[in-house]
Design a protein around this ligand. Structure first.
Ligand code: GTP
Ligand code: SPV
Ligand code: MN
Length: 588
C-alpha cells in the first residue's frame, strides 16, 4: 500500500478511535451506493420523496430549524500567529482549537456510520484541481458531496498518485448552536466541523476547502481561489469571452452564470455558457492570461426567486435528480418556494407544518437545491477542459440600494484591486444574523478568505508583473433602488446588456466616459433598446454622486487602516488618487 493511503488509513483509524462509530463505510461514488443511502434516508425520514412523476429521483431534506445557514461567528481560522488570520477572521490558537473541538467529537458517532468520502475539486485530470477526503456521519452530506464534487474511486486514485489531500472531519453532533464550530487549520490542510448539517458548514469541499484552505494554498503557490461564478459570453460572430464575477452570497452569481439572453439578443445569436456558479480557481498560464476552472461539479443554489422567468436554466436543471433543502411542498408533493411563480400554491412549509403565511414563509429564505452541473442546459463543455478557460474580465459586485451605479470599469489592475477591496454589500439570509446591513465584503471573500486580507490584497497586486495579460476589472450593481424602494434595473437576462458593454471594452470598441470612480458607459454605449428607464433610473444607474462617493472613500480609508502596516501601501495611495479626483484636485 502507498504511503499516502497508509496515512489516510491511519487518520481514519484515529478518527474512529475518537468518535467511536458503529461501522465505517468508504464511499466509491457508485449509483448502487447512492441508491442504498437514499433508501435508508427515506426510511428514517431524513429525505422526503417528491412527486415521482413531476420530479423523478428528487428529494426534500428539512434541516434543523436552527441550522439553516452558514455561521460566521462560529467559523475560525486557526493559524499559529493570529496576524496571519487577520482582522477579517475569527481566530483561535491551533492547540486550543483542536482541544475544544476534539472534546465535542469524543464518542459522537456512537451507533452511527462513519463515511469516508474521497473527492476531487475540479476536473479529475486537471493540473489545477486539488483533492480532499471528508469524514462525516451524515448520509445527507454524502449525497450532496456526490453531486457537488467528483467523489469516489477516481478521486482516491488521484490522491494516491499525488500524495497529498485536505483532511475534513465533520459530525452533525447534536445540531446544538451552542455546540457548533467550523475550524480551519490551513498549515495542516485540515478542517474540523461540528454541530451543523447545513451547506457550507458541512459540505467541506465547498467553502471550507475550495475557499478558506485553497486561498491559503493559492497564495503560497501563485494562484487565486475566489468566490466567483465563471461564464462564457458568445457573440453573434461566434467568439466567446470568459468572465469571472465575485458577488457576495445570495447576490446573483447562480443567476448570472445561467443567464438566458433577452429575445433580441437571442435572435441575433448571443449565447451564455455556464462554467461555474460559486467558486473559481485561476492561475496565470504560459501566455500570461488567467486560466480558470470551476472546482465544483454541481450547484448548491438559492431556491427563492428562481422561476421560469428569472432563471429558466436553473428551473430546468431541478426537474429531476435534485436534493432540495428547506423548501415548501404543494399538496401533491412538488417543491415550492416564494417567487417560483408557476401558478401552484404551497400546502406544507419548510418545517413540515401546514403552510400559514402569518407564521412563516413556505420556503426558508436560504432554502437551496443541489443538482449536478451536467443537468444545466447551458453547462459548457469547456467546464470539463483540464486547462481551464481564459478569463477576459473580472467583475466585482455588491447589493447596494444606493450610491453605486450599474457598471463601471477600473482604470488598471491596481485600481481594480482597490475596487474589489473596498466592495460593500447588504447582508443576506445565506449566513445567520441580521439581513440588509451594509458591510465591507472585499472581493465577496469576507467570510471565506483563509488568511489576512492585507496579505490577500498584496497577493492580488502581485499578479501585475512583466508578461502578464491581466483581465480587465469591472464593478456592477444589479440592486440599486429608486425612491419608491423598487429595483431600478430589470436585472436577470437584461444583465447581458452590461456584459456586452464589458466585452466591448475588452475588445476595445465600447465607449466610456472617464469619472473619478472609473470608466462609466458613454451615453448610448450600453444598449437599452426595449427598456423603459425613467429619468430617475437613468440618473441613478449611470451617474456619479460625488458627495456620496467622497464619504464612501473616507470610510474606505478607515477600513484599510484597520489592517495596520501589513496593508500594502499601493491601495491607500490608489484610494487617495481616487479621493483627490472626487474633490476635484486630481487630473480627472
Ligand atoms: P450563493 O449561492 O449564496 O453564493 O448566492 P448567489 O450569489 O449565487 O445568488 P443567486 O444567483 O442565487 O441570487 C440570490 C437572490 O438574488 C435570488 O433571490 C435571485 O432571484 C436574486 N437576484 C439574482 N440576480 C438578480 C438581478 O439581476 N436582479 C435582482 N433584482 N435580483 C437578482
Ligand atoms: C454561500 O453562502 O455563499 C453559498 C452557500 O454558496 S453555502 O454553501 O452554505 O456557503
Ligand atoms: Mn456562495
Amino acid at each position: 500500500m502507498s504511503s499516502t493511503l497508509d496515512a489516510l488509513n491511519r487518520w481514519v483509524d484515529d478518527v474512529a478511535r475518537l468518535t467511536r462509530p458503529a461501522r465505517i463505510h468508504w464511499c466509491d461514488g457508485s449509483d448502487a451506493e447512492n441508491a442504498a443511502l437514499v433508501a435508508q434516508m427515506e426510511a428514517d425520514g431524513t429525505l422526503v420523496r417528491l412527486n415521482e412523476s413531476t420530479h423523478p429521483r428528487s428529494w426534500l431534506h428539512r434541516s434543523h430549524p436552527e441550522d439553516v445557514a452558514r455561521v460566521e461567528h462560529l467559523t475560525f481560522v486557526c493559524t499559529p500567529h493570529q496576524d496571519d488570520a487577520g482582522p477579517n477572521n475569527h481566530w483561535m490558537a491551533p492547540a486550543e482549537a483542536h482541544a475544544r473541538i476534539d472534546a465535542l467529537f469524543e464518542g459522537c458517532m456512537e451507533g452511527r456510520t462513519l463515511y469516508v468520502i474521497p473527492y476531487c475539486m475540479g476536473p479529475i485530470d486537471s493540473p489545477l484541481s486539488r483533492c480532499g477526503v471528508e469524514i462525516t456521519d451524515s448520509p445527507y452530506v454524502v449525497a450532496n458531496m456526490r453531486i457537488m464534487t467528483r467523489m469516489g474511486a477516481a478521486a482516491l486514485t488521484r490522491i494516491e498518485r499525488e500524495g497529498t489531500f485536505v483532511k475534513g472531519l465533520h459530525s452533525t453532533g447534536e445540531l446544538d448552536p451552542e455546540r457548533r464550530y467550523i475550524m480551519h487549520f490551513p498549515e495542516e490542510l485540515t478542517i474540523k466541523s461540528y454541530g451543523s448539517g447545513y451547506g457550507g458548514n458541512a459540505l467541506l469541499g465547498k467553502k471550507c476547502h475550495a475557499l478558506r484552505i485553497a486561498s491559503h494554498q493559492a497564495r503560497r503557490e501563485g494562484w487565486l481561489a475566489e468566490h466567483m461564478l465563471i461564464l462564457g459570453v458568445e457573440n453573434p460572430q461566434g467568439e466567446t469571452h470568459y468572465i469571472a464575477a465575485a458577488f457576495p452570497s445570495a447576490c446573483g452569481k447562480t443567476n448570472l452564470a445561467m443567464l438566458i439572453p433577452p429575445e433580441g439578443y437571442r435572435e441575433a445569436g448571443w449565447k451564455v455558457w455556464t462554467i461555474g456558479d460559486d467558486i473559481c480557481w485561476m492561475r496565470p498560464g504560459e501566455d500570461g492570461r488567467f486560466y480558470a476552472i470551476n472546482p465544483e461539479a454541481g450547484f448548491f443554489g438559492v431556491a427563492p426567486g428562481t422561476s421560469a422567468k428569472s432563471n429558466p436554466n436553473a428551473l430546468a436543471s431541478v426537474q429531476s435528480d435534485t436534493v432540495f433543502t428547506n423548501v415548501g411542498l404543494t399538496a401533491d408533493r412538488q417543491p415550492w418556494w416564494e417567487g417560483i411563480d408557476n401558478g401552484q400554491v404551497p400546502a406544507i412549509d419548510w418545517q413540515g407544518q401546514p403552510y400559514d403565511p402569518a407564521v412563516r414563509p413556505a420556503a426558508h429564505p436560504n432554502s437551496r437545491f443541489t443538482v449536478s452541473a451536467m443537468r444545466c442546459p447551458s453547462y459548457s463543455p469547456m467546464a470539463e477542459d483540464p486547462r481551464g478557460v481564459p478569463i477576459s474580465a473580472i467583475v466585482f459586485g455588491g447589493r447596494r440600494a444606493s450610491l453605486v451605479p450599474l457598471v463601471f470599469q477600473a482604470r488598471d489592475w491596481t485600481h481594480g484591486v482597490l475596487v474589489g477591496a473596498s466592495m460593500g454589500s447588504e447582508t443576506t439570509a445565506a449566513a445567520t444574523g441580521a439581513v440588509g446591513v451594509m458591510r465591507r465584503d472585499p472581493m465577496a471573500m469576507k467570510p471565506f478568505c483563509g488568511y489576512n486580507f492585507a496579505d490577500y490584497f498584496a497577493h492580488w497586486l502581485s499578479f501585475d508583473r512583466p508578461g502578464a495579460r491581466l483581465p480587465a476589472i469591472f464593478h456592477v450593481n444589479w440592486f440599486r433602488k429608486g425612491d419608491d424602494g423598487k429595483f431600478l434595473w430589470p436585472g436577470f437576462g437584461d444583465n447581458l446588456r452590461v456584459l456586452e458593454w464589458i466585452i466591448g471594452r475588452v475588445a476595445g470598441h465600447a465607449q466610456a466616459t472617464e469619472t473619478p470612480i472609473g470608466h462609466l458607459p458613454a451615453p448610448g454605449a450600453l444598449n437599452l433598446d426595449g427598456l423603459s428607464l425613467d429619468a430617475e433610473a437613468m440618473d441613478k444607474l449611470f451617474g456619479v454622486d460625488r458627495d456620496g462617493w467622497r464619504a464612501e472613500f473616507d470610510a474606505i480609508a478607515g477600513y484599510l487602516a484597520d489592517y495596520g502596516p501589513r496593508m500594502p501601501p499601493q491601495l491607500e495611495a490608489e484610494r487617495q488618487r481616487t479621493h483627490s479626483r472626487l474633490v476635484g484636485t486630481g487630473d480627472t
